[in-house]
Design a protein around this ligand. Structure first.
Ligand code: TYD
Ligand code: MG
Length: 457
């Protein structure tokens, strides 16, 4: 019998080599190469995709509008850039148990209610498990086909038979193609299956939604391979022990990647949160506490109010700890440096922990001033007024810099009943009138004077 030819494939990045090596030369990870049987592939899916596309001049190409199918969730549509684009491949990724299947089943119900035919391939669950969940979520339609199957070829047969307009694969890690012998979930299986699904999306003009689990390192298995291939990558995130869930797109060939969608997980499934600021501040008590500050951050087209908390305490470590959740670590170090130099806080013997409430990740500098005030008030055991919102970027010299979409942020604070906004000193007047008190501060020290007071209790 002829010897079976094998190759070694990096499970992190898909790098292939004939011999075993401990460290992947491509991504630098250790111990990620596994042996897989090399199969001579019959006609690869990817070779056939563009066969009948003629070469043409750019001037001769007609622009066709993408047909966008609403998902029935405004929050989901916003993240997708208006809806699911016909003939596109969307990857919905997230931790196991976060609610991906729930979201997609509810979305499937909404889409089927518009008279579209949808095939839901549940490779992880049996049909009756899906039915049970659908019953709980009140999803019920004559256009929704459920297929409990892990073999991709069988799925493709059913597509030809049922002719759905939307195909959902739950999940890409549990589906396999018989073309390759490696087990499902391996990089080569994922790559080959996604190739075939891309082929289906483009050639048959079927919208394909693929669910992918994120591994504990925070990557989708075979992450880079997958993200390159699909049109849209959406992450579904949140704290599993809390009910808030965020949808965030990190790649979108049809829309912006700044938008987030907010959901709340309840007994009857996921509910949209149209006013996320209210949700993020739900657990806040009326009493102002040292180290707690409300900031106005900007996510895509809307402003969001979120609470930032800091804890500062004497350290028992040789070098003090700096821990940040929801903001970038280096940003925190920079803010601490400015507080030490410009305000004179001596934090060199104190641990500093900063946490953004609600599982939100803030990557814009407009949160700087809020974070600085949270740290400073906790250190001095004073409070920022409870009805005050803080907006502003801090420069290394301790000056407060202007931020984008300032008026939208102030408007959000006013809408939620805040009475005061601390904002950067502006060179010109605000174009809108606001009902809340607006205090412009040129420097960090002025912000502290404007809104910090002794605690009452
Ligand atoms: P699921 O969609 O199965 O997660 P994933 O597909 O991402 O692995 O959701 C699992 C969790 O969601 C489970 O812990 C229970 C919770 N859940 C609710 O709170 N309410 C509901 O109506 C449903 C269907 C699930
Ligand atoms: Mg699931």
């Amino acid at each position: 019998m002829a010897k079976v030819k094998t190759k070694w494939v990096c499970q992190n990045c898909g790098y292939e080599t004939a011999k075993y090596i401990g460290r992947c030369p491509d991504c630098g990870e250790w111990g990620t190469l596994t042996e897989e049987v090399e199969i001579k592939q019959t006609k690869s899916a990817i070779n056939t995709v563009f066969d009948d596309n003629p070469v043409c001049l750019i001037n001769e190409i007609e622009i066709t509008d993408n047909i966008k199918l609403p998902t029935g969730f405004e929050e989901f549509d916003r993240v997708l850039g208006g809806g699911l684009v016909q003939g596109s491949l969307v990857l919905l990724a997230g931790d196991p148990g976060i609610g991906k299947s729930t979201l997609i089943l509810q979305t499937a119900g909404n889409i089927c209610a518009q008279g579209k035919k949808l095939l839901y391939v549940c490779a992880e669950e049996s049909g009756s498990q899906v039915k049970l969940r659908a019953k709980r979520l009140n999803v019920n339609s004559d256009n929704l086909y459920v297929y409990s199957q892990t073999n991709l070829e069988a799925v493709i047969n059913q597509i030809d038979y049922i002719k759905p307009e939307i195909l959902v694969i739950d999940s890409i890690q549990s589906i396999y193609t018989s073309n390759i012998t490696s087990s499902s979930g391996s990089v080569s299986q994922i790559r080959e299956c996604t190739n075939a699904l891309m082929d289906i999306a483009k050639n048959k003009n079927i919208t394909v939604v693929v669910i992918g689990h994120v591994t504990k390192e925070g990557n989708i298995a075979g992450p880079k391979v997958l993200e390159h291939m699909v049109d849209t990558v959406i992450y579904f995130e949140g704290d599993k022990y809390k009910s808030q869930r965020l949808l965030r797109s990190i790649k979108n060939r049809f829309g912006s990647t700044n938008e987030i969608g907010v959901f709340n997980m309840a007994d009857n499934g996921l509910n949209e949160v149209t006013n996320p600021s209210e949700l993020f501040m739900k657990e806040r008590t009326d009493n102002a506490t040292p180290g707690s500050v409300i900031i106005a951050t900007n996510e895509g087209t809307r402003a969001l109010l979120v609470e930032v908390q800091a804890l500062v305490g004497a350290t028992s470590y040789p070098s003090p700890r700096r821990v940040s959740t929801g903001i970038e670590y280096n940003r925190l170090l920079q803010i601490i440096a400015v507080l030490e130099k410009r305000i004179g806080l001596n934090l060199s013997k104190h641990d500093v922990y900063v946490n953004v409430i609600g599982g939100i990740e803030i990557d814009e500098p407009a949160a700087d001033l809020g974070i600085a005030l949270a740290i400073a008030t906790c250190y001095r055991d004073v409070v920022v007024d409870g009805n005050c919102v803080i907006i502003g970027e801090i420069s290394l010299s301790g000056e407060i810099r202007n931020v984008s979409n300032l008026e939208k942020r102030i408007y959000e604070a006013q809408k939620l009943g805040f009475k005061k906004a601390i904002i950067p000193k502006l060179s010109k007047k605000l174009s809108n009138e606001f009902d809340i008190e607006i205090i412009q501060v040129p420097r960090l020290m002025d912000a502290i004077t404007a809104c910090v007071s002794k605690r009452n209790n």
